[in-house]
Ligand binder design. Sequence first.
Ligand code: G4P
Length: 195
Amino acid sequence: MKLLKDKIIQDGKVLSKDVLKVDTFLNHQIDPPLMKAIGEEFAERFKDAGITKIVTIESSGIAPAMMAGLVLGVPAIFARKRKSLTLIDHLYTASVHSFTKDETNEISVSKDFVTCDDTVLIIDDFLANGQAVLGLLDIIEQASAKLAGVGIVIEKGFQPGGKMIRKQGIRVESLAIIASLEDGKVTFSEGAAVR
Ligand code: G4P
């Protein structure tokens, strides 16, 4: 997706060979027109998949998930990482380990919002080691819902998550795939290096 890649080149900061900072438009401040375009792109790619729900994880997955839900005309549900005052039982839960942050979160989704009648599209902001997606897959399986696929805003193709998920026969659509962050440069998998 050209608009997204241009934004990554323009605003993204390479913090190390593993980490890209995009908090001007995705992880802290959010760029609404870009999110709208991202939602439209996901909706276009999955328009024939019969999606009834979009599922993501708080917090940075919520903006792209909501925009895709708006275009597809379906609800967006975010798995919670922290216990909620009102969300206390009747939950599906899964463990998600973050290698980046070296912490494990228990994520939860109400049984009311994902059921065996649903066809789910998972959306997330980053795909790195794939642990967040695995946790959401676990919840979708517990709910006996059907999976349409996974939509990712930025995939770090040099980390193992994308390969691991695709190997399970799951459709993964990533709007920008980064091949490398070496030497302070963003290199997309199908493009030239850009500083
Ligand atoms: P995984 O889910 O693919 O296994 O990823 P990992 O454990 O490596 O990532 C944990 C958190 O760090 C996730 O956010 C993920 O989106 C984010 N992350 C991973 N790599 C990068 C990167 O290169 N740049 C940025 N900006 N974020 C990255 P989170 O903890 O769920 O945070 P949030 O959704 O609350 O913002």
